[in-house]
Design a protein around this ligand. Structure first.
Ligand SMILES: *Cc1c(COP(=O)(O)O)cnc(C)c1O
Length: 407
């Protein structure tokens, strides 16, 4: 018998490693864009589990795919392949620049595979000198030691001893700063086409084109981390489609599984060739349950209705946020693309993003922050107009609360 009679938030503090600081309420059920906690309180979900729950909670297509697959086959390992993995890979290849797919279980793992592939490609094709990885300040690529080192927030990678070497950081949206460090030693440039965690900052079109040109000039690979921007989030299946730039390697996770853990790395046949049997792997990567769910998600997301709908919903979000701001003057800017939107707090409220998040929770609204100065919204891609309007009414109340507290 378990010693735990009823689980409360206190149990987190008692038995969980303290690397997270979750909200005081514990959600127990979700449907669409609504979530209910242990007390039966209802929340509107503008967070989407950090850009993951792209079809909301318990979407029938996902429930169906998961329950059907759960009666057939759960796991094999990569000693064998499976039908859902192959069907999903075929669909990803058909829908993108890529010829080949590697499966992982998370965004960090997809990026880890991308970085290892780039290093191996450079070694095979050009030699040992070509090992430099360039990435951007405030970029985020996951929490494994290699990916967190490539990420541009030293606060996340410091304090764990010697870091993987050969990693350089330059300024986002500043082509000269990249050009200054690129050379024949550059193996790859890793970039988010729109920085998510770093404050919801879109890469400018000319900048992204320039990054592509510099990679071509120096025979370096361009890796697009689309873990947050991918799978419909910005109004196309992947954000690169809107940039006029095609990467050599693309990573996907988060919304790819709609809430079931899965990651994928996509690349061309010529580059993929360098991950020969035995060079890299994962026990769970391509797990049948994960792939069956992701395939169902893709069948819904990769349709004109949903992708066009994202652009419509972006408009509704922007209009509502601008209307709130005209009344209360808390944002300096609303930015982002599709349903990856950031409302940057103006000077008066800089550093207080968490106060807004907490006030929103008290009003029955789940939102995200991106750093201390930006409120972030990454809801379901099929959130209804009604849920947006009601959620925005709660956000306005939360903002009034913060204003009342801070003057
Ligand atoms: C969330 C995120 C990751 C890490 O994904 P995990 O599944 O948490 O490992 C990597 N890159 C970007 C851009 C992300 O937003």
């Amino acid at each position: 018998m378990s010693a735990v009679k009823s689980v409360t938030r206190q149990v987190f503090d008692d038995v969980m490693v303290p690397n997270y600081n979750p909200a005081q309420f514990i959600p127990v059920r979700g449907e669409g864009t609504r979530v209910w906690d242990q007390e039966g309180r209802e929340y509107i979900d503008f967070a989407g589990g950090i850009a993951v729950s792209c079809l909301g909670h318990c979407h029938p297509a996902m429930v169906h795919a998961l329950s059907e697959q759960s009666k057939k086959l759960w796991h094999l390992s990569n000693v064998l392949t499976n039908e859902p993995a192959l069907r999903l890979a075929q669909k990803l290849v058909d829908a993108t620049f890529a010829d080949k797919v590697y499966y992982a279980n998370s965004g960090a793992e997809a990026n880890e595979a991308a970085l290892k592939l780039a290093r191996r490609w450079a070694l095979d094709v050009h030699g040992e000198h070509k090992h430099q990885i360039i990435a951007f300040h405030k970029g985020f690529h996951g929490r494994t030691f290699f990916t967190v080192t490539v990420g541009g927030q030293p606060a996340y990678s410091d304090g764990f001893g010697p870091k993987p070497g050969g990693v350089h950081h330059v300024e986002f949206n500043n082509l000269e700063s990249l050009a200054a460090v690129m050379s024949e030693q550059t193996c790859a440039v890793m970039i988010e086409p729109l920085q998510g965690e770093g404050g919801v900052v879109p890469g400018e079109e000319a900048f992204l084109k320039g990054v592509r040109d510099l990679c071509d000039k120096h025979n370096a690979l361009l890796i697009f981390d689309e873990v947050q921007t991918g799978f419909g989030r910005t109004g196309t299946l992947y954000a690169y489609e809107q940039t006029g730039v095609t990467p050599d390697i693309l990573t996907s996770a988060k919304a790819l599984g709609g809430g079931f853990p899965i990651g994928a790395m996509l690349t061309t046949a010529a580059i993929a060739d360098h991950l020969k049997p035995g060079t890299h792997g994962s026990t769970y990567g391509g797990n049948p349950l994960a792939c069956a769910v992701a395939e169902a998600v893709m069948d819904v997301v990769n349709t004109p209705e949903v992708l066009e709908g994202v652009k419509q919903r972006e408009q509704w979000f922007r209009e509502a946020l601008n209307a709130i701001n005209e009344k209360h003057h808390v944002f300096s800017e609303v930015r982002g693309r599709g349903l990856l939107l950031g409302a940057a707090l103006n000077d008066k409220y800089k550093g207080k993003a968490r106060d807004f998040l907490n006030a929103a929770a008290e009003e029955g609204l789940m939102i995200l922050i991106a750093g201390a100065d930006v409120l972030r919204f990454t809801p379901s891609l099929i959130i209804s107009d009604t849920d947006i309007q009601q959620g925005m009414a709660r956000l306005e109340k939360a903002i009034e609360r913060v204003i009342a507290a801070h003057g």
